[in-house]
Structures are given as C-alpha cells and as structure tokens.
Design a protein around this ligand. Structure first.
Ligand code: UDX
Length: 450
C-alpha cells in the first residue's frame, strides 16, 4: 500500500519547529518519526540552543533558524519564560529565511504541506500565514494543563493560594495547582499564555495524550474550540526511532537494575530543567537511605542549586544511599521504566515522564516544581490515583514514610495494579482501531487535505 505522504500527486514535506528544551524536543522528534513513517519528508527548523542531534535522524533535513540566541540567554539566564517570549519577537523573519533554503533545496515536484510548531514557538504560525501555509500547534503538555492555564488569565495572585477546587475544570484541580510558571516574571508568563492561546491562524492542535486518560478535558476543548484536536500519545511508543538526548545516557544503571528484585527499585529523576535546594536534597537522601529501598537516582549536573553534582551530600550520607542505591547523571529513562526491577518513580511530574511511566505501569511519587507539573501531580494523585504527592519543603521522616507507602505497603500495591491497568489501556489505544491510532490517521488525512 502507498504511504500517505507519497500519495498519487506529489511528495509532501512537513516542517517542524520544536521549542529548545529536552521535554519539548523529544515529543516533536517522535512526531517527526511517525509522520516520516507515513511517507512525509521532514524538515526540523531549530534554534541554536539545546540543538537536536541530526545523526539520530538521518532521514530528516535539519535547518538552524538563523538567529543567535546567546545574548538573550545571557540576559534572561534561567528565566526561560521571558526567553521564549523574546524568541517570539525576533524569530519570525529568520524562520522565513529557513523557508527560502527549503525551497532552494527541494525537488520541484515536492509540496510543503504545513508547519507544525511547539505552542511556545508561536512566531511560526505568523510565518506560516505569510507563506500562505497551514499551521498546526503541538502542545507537549497535557490537555488538562491547557484548560487549567486558561483559568489563570482571570485570576488575581491571591486566588492562587486557595485550596478550593476550580469550578470550571472537569477534574478536582485546586486554584493552588494551576500551572503558574515561575521561570520568569508573572507579567511575561501571562503574555506568553495569551500568545500560546492564540489559535486564530491554526488548523489544528496535537496533544501527546490519550483519549481514555483525559476524556473530560478533551471533551471540554472540543466543545469550546473551533479547530480539530488530535490526541495521539504516547508518541514514544508509536515512533520507531529514538528521539535522542541532550546529555549522554549512563547505561551502566541497566546492569545494576538487572541485579535487583522485581518491583523493588524506586527510580528518582527530576527531568531536564527543575533544580532543587541543597537542604531538600539532603532530606531526600536521608529519607531514601532510611527507607532501605533500592534507589536509582538521576542527579543531573547543576540540578542541585550551587553545586556541580552530588558533592553537597556528606560522605556518610552518600555511603548510606549507595549501600542500596546507584547515582547517574542521565539515565536511559524509557528503558529504566520498562525494567521489571523498577516498582516506583519519584518524579517532578513533567508530562513526558508521566506518559512514559504510565506506559510501563509504574506508579509515582509526585514532587511538582513549577508550571504544568502541579496539574499533572494532582491528576496522578486524585484522578488516576496512581501517585502520592510530596509538596513543599521535604522532611526526611515524611520522605521515608511516602517511599514505604509506595514501595512496600498495600496502598502502593493497589496503585501498581491501577498503573498496570493504564498500561493495558495505553497498549489498546495505539493498536489498530484504538483512539490514538485512529486520531493519528485523521491527522494524516488532514495534512493530506492541505
Ligand atoms: C519540561 C517541563 O518540566 C515539563 O513540565 C513539561 O511538561 C515539558 O517540559 P522536563 O522537565 O524536561 O520537561 O520533564 P519531562 O517532560 O518529564 O521530560 C524529560 C524527558 O527527559 C523525558 O522524556 C525523559 O525520558 C528524559 N530523561 C530524563 C531521560 O531520558 N533521562 C533522564 O535521566 C531524565
């Protein structure tokens, strides 16, 4: 059978514009692999910061957007929200220059079907309008975050401490869980939200989620939006190629996992952006050591504020953790979560980590740091009931108790069963006839219709 993107008429190219962060690049590159397997040619137009590695995707064309972000990064060090807002101001014309290059290089019969851009790269939609091309938004966080973020536009800062449930949301999300992002000023964050909510010029929105997981939020978006939405997750399970990593994976942890009993290991990782205070890491380490559970702990270089790696931990404490634990700087996370020895995941609740954990039936300890992670943590603990929340300052006794609740108590076993049930639903959703499978085909149909 002919692949869709090489249909009867002319070959088709899709241009992807990812945001320059690991948690955004990965799902966009998975989407590229999936569309490539459907016959589309893929161009990735990327910013010269956290750049993807072209060697992982020899079939894709990679073009650097001709804009140097180094000055912005210096001015807004760590203030990623403001950085993203500034990118939007400067990058429309440079992206148009990329299109001149694509046109020069492509064969005459090839047609550019559309631009698919990360929601944070909203300048792409303006560029698409100028080029008279359709554009599609890819939201890498969940659909419940999308509708929760909208609520922020009508609130005062005082409302955001409230324990009350937000009435317009279909799930029990409190005002204090709303996805305020502190990596920049509030004013700039709200400007960014207005930017990314602007779907005026877009033909559709893609989510890396599953219908069964967020049915009510997806239904609310469908009722209230004028564009089609495509929940086509979990993309890492559908794509044939790996997305690659910005840091080098330490695969030795898989050998260590091979020596551990089934479901005994707690995997600990705070993703690619979040950082922690030294005192919280120390309480965390004491709690983990005292729990006597085996631990595989990812400490990303620079993720303990003021330290390069784990030199902030006293030698005795390090030894206590190492007695049953293993430290790495970056793990092959998807393989770790799929390993039979892993029985729990202590996470900052980035959306990719959640999708990866649920795809393997692993329940979680939820320690959200900022933004969408608070919404995600609340869904894990109160909607899907496969997570225990740890919020605020960490305390070693509380850490030890929570680890034992998840790893050894009946309560944790119940969560593991519910997580396994979600894993089965994930498998069904990506099989022929499943919701993500069908949604993907509809998305391909839409792109072919452009
Ligand atoms: C950021 C935000 O924190 C998150 O809330 C948002 O949903 C996406 O952008 P990040 O902090 O990177 O994401 O977390 P997450 O979404 O979980 O993505 C991290 C990715 O890095 C995952 O795909 C994970 O598999 C990968 N990873 C992480 C590794 O491969 N190895 C590691 O050791 C740690």
């Amino acid at each position: 059978m002919e692949k869709s993107g090489q249909g009867c008429c002319s070959p088709r190219r899709v241009v992807l514009v990812p945001a320059p962060f690991q948690g955004h690049l990965n799902p966009m590159l998975y989407l590229g692999s999936i569309l490539h397997s459907k016959g589309f040619s893929i161009t990735v137009a990327y910013i010269n910061f956290n750049s993807p590695d072209p060697s992982n995707h020899p079939d894709f064309q990679f073009l650097q957007i001709p804009f140097d972000p180094s000055e912005l990064l210096q001015i807004y060090r760590g203030e990623y929200i403001t950085f993203m807002l500034m990118l939007s101001e400067y990058c429309e014309s440079p992206l148009l220059e990329c299109f001149s290059q694509i046109k020069e290089k492509r064969d005459d019969s090839e047609k550019i079907s559309c631009i698919i851009h990360d929601e944070f790269m909203s300048f792409s939609s303006a560029a698409a309008t100028r080029l008279k091309l359709p554009s599609i938004i890819f939201r890498t966080s969940c659909s419940t975050t999308f509708i929760s973020r909208h609520c922020l536009l009508h609130l005062t800062i005082e409302d955001l401490d409230s324990e009350e449930l937000v009435p317009e949301l279909p799930y029990p999300i409190r005002f204090k869980d709303l996805p305020l992002n502190t990596l920049g000023t509030l004013e700039n964050f709200l400007k960014l939200v207005v930017n990314i909510e602007n779907t005026r010029n877009s033909s559709a929105v893609i989510f890396n989620t599953m219908e069964f997981l967020e049915e009510s939020s997806l239904a609310k978006i469908r009722r209230e939006s004028h564009f089609p939405i495509f929940p086509i997750g979990p993309m890492h399970k559908i794509a044939s190629a790996s997305a690659g990593n910005l840091l080098e994976e330490d695969r030795s942890c898989l050998l260590w996992l091979n020596k551990q009993a089934d479901n005994s290991v707690l995997y600990v990782s705070m993703g690619s952006v979040a950082s922690m205070e030294e005192k919280d890491v120390t309480e965390m380490a004491w709690g983990l050591a005292n729990s006597k559970q085996p631990v595989l702990w990812v400490v990303r270089p620079g993720s303990i504020k003021g330290y390069e790696w784990i030199e902030s931990l006293p030698v005795g404490l390090m030894e206590a953790v190492r007695e049953r634990g293993y430290f790495v700087k970056w793990a092959p996370q998807k393989e770790v979560l799929a390993h039979p020895a892993v029985g729990g995941f202590w996470s900052h609740c980035g959306w990719n980590s959640i999708v990866e954990s649920l795809s393997e039936g692993v329940p979680m300890i939820c320690q959200p740091c900022f933004g969408d992670q608070k919404v995600n943590a609340r869904c894990l603990s109160h909607v899907w009931k496969v997570g225990l929340e740890l919020r605020g300052n960490l305390e070693r006794g509380e850490v030890e108790k929570t680890v034992k609740r998840l790893m050894v108590k009946d309560e944790g076993e119940e969560m593991r069963k519910r997580a396994m049930d979600l894993k089965r639903k994930v498998e069904i959703s990506i099989r022929e006839g499943g919701s993500s499978y069908s949604s993907m085909n509809e998305l391909v149909g839409l792109i072919m219709s452009f």
